[in-house]
Design a binder for this molecule. Structure first.
Ligand code: THG
Length: 369
């Protein structure tokens, strides 16, 4: 398939690391939060294999922060998510579905509690800042809301622990999953969390001091040679195998958190106040009409650029394939699909039309691995 370059402009924001990743051979970009997000460094399959065995440095500056501070900060953050944050702790990250007045999803950020009255919402690809400002002004909340200059570098893969220890000392290995703390490099403090959009283990460095971040970027590659470090980016294959969901691809503002399997992040029994709570209670009572499921197709390649209908043997639509890739691990195409009741269970089968051919498809549980 022919590819076309992205025309750059002020509106499609570069990151502090853009010139570096271009020198290092980035081969595709996507746009995320109005910013360049690298999508490939050559073959996705080779990158996936490398990520599972070594360590990669990712320019994920496009995971922007919405900073909320002030007297009513905690109230506003809670109003946006169905996850109960009343017992949340400073120094922890929380994966939180954001919900609108209809009970539908707005985003699925990682929320960092920096202080009782200061939070970062590390967003997926939708304009959470305007949602937050609208709610704050409608409720006359005493808060300050803005997008700080924070550009995340992710260090992902099994060898990330040794690489990070070499830079920041052995204390970094004591960080618990989704915990964060501050570590010094070259005289500058950096917030570092044990997190990242892969299941291969690793860290995210929330770079506020850009000069130090650029030095750190170069340093990681310099001293990472012994760990076979490479530049990388969120990998389509790895994230589908791991069942990491992508807002805008696998789900969007037409879907509710029950349909997306976010049940463990939905707290309807406590007395917290969040938007869409009554709607979610009704949805729970009624039960869901469709659900995100895994699917498998005996095929050696696929490139999805929009969703594809899934049909049953009678030709009726039973769902929609939303993300897919060829998985070298499973030796077939795997994907994430929104499947209607009563077909949303492992063992269902269907058909899908790809390049004019009707192919058999099997429904399975998520995650694949
Ligand atoms: N890191 C940071 N910000 C982000 C992402 C990230 N913003 C955009 C996007 N990714 C948000 N989406 C996700 C999806 C899944 C996870 C994190 C962000 C994730 N999930 C774990 C899991 O599913 O196993 C853990 C969730 C949990 O706490 O239970 O890590 O990657 N900074």
């Amino acid at each position: 398939m022919k590819s076309y370059p992205i025309a750059k402009s002020r509106r499609v924001r570069s990151t502090p690391y853009t010139s570096r990743i271009e020198n290092q051979g980035v081969t595709a970009y996507t746009v995320y939060n109005h910013m360049l997000l690298p999508a490939a460094f050559g073959s996705l399959e080779e990158s996936c294999d490398h990520l599972k065995k070594n360590v990669q440095i990712w320019d994920v500056a496009a995971e922007r922060q919405v900073e909320i501070s002030g007297k009513d900060a905690a109230k506003l953050v809670q109003l946006m998510t169905c996850r109960d944050l009343s017992k949340s702790k400073v120094g922890r990250c929380y994966y939180c579905p954001l919900i609108d007045e209809n009970g539908n999803l707005v985003n699925d950020p990682v929320i960092l509690k920096l202080a009782e009255d200061k939070w970062w919402i590390s967003i997926a690809d939708s304009d959470v800042i305007f949602f937050a400002k609208g709610l704050a002004s409608g409720n006359k909340f005493d808060v300050k809301i803005f997008e700080p200059i924070v550009d995340i570098l992710a260090v992902q893969g099994p060898k990330s622990f040794d690489l990070m220890e070499k830079v920041f000392g052995e204390k970094i290995k004591e960080l618990k999953f989704f915990g964060f703390d501050y570590f010094t490099f070259n005289g500058a403090k950096h917030l570092i969390a044990r997190s990242g959009w892969s299941k291969q283990g690793g860290f995210e460095i929330y770079v506020e001091n850009t000069d130090s971040g650029l030095k750190l970027y170069d340093h990681l590659f310099e001293i990472g040679k012994e760990f076979n470090v490479r530049p990388g980016c969120p990998n389509l294959i790895e994230r589908i195998e791991s069942g990491l969901l992508s807002y805008g691809n696998d789900f969007d503002n037409n879907d509710n958190p029950f349909q997306c399997g976010f049940d463990k992040y939905i707290d309807l029994e406590t007395d917290i106040n969040f938007l869409g709570k009554d709607k979610l209670k009704k949805i729970k009572e009624k039960g869901i009409d469709r659900k995100l499921m895994g699917v498998q197709i005996d095929l050696t390649k696929i490139l999805l650029t929009s969703s594809l209908d899934i049909k049953n043997n009678e030709g009726n639509i039973i769902g929609e394939l939303r993300s897919a890739c060829y998985s070298p691990h499973f030796k077939k195409v795997i994907g994430i699909a929104m499947i209607k009741e009563p077909y949303c269970k492992a063992s269902s089968s269907g058909t899908i039309e790809i390049d004019g051919n009707s192919l058999a498809l099997k429904v399975c549980d998520l995650p694949f691995i």
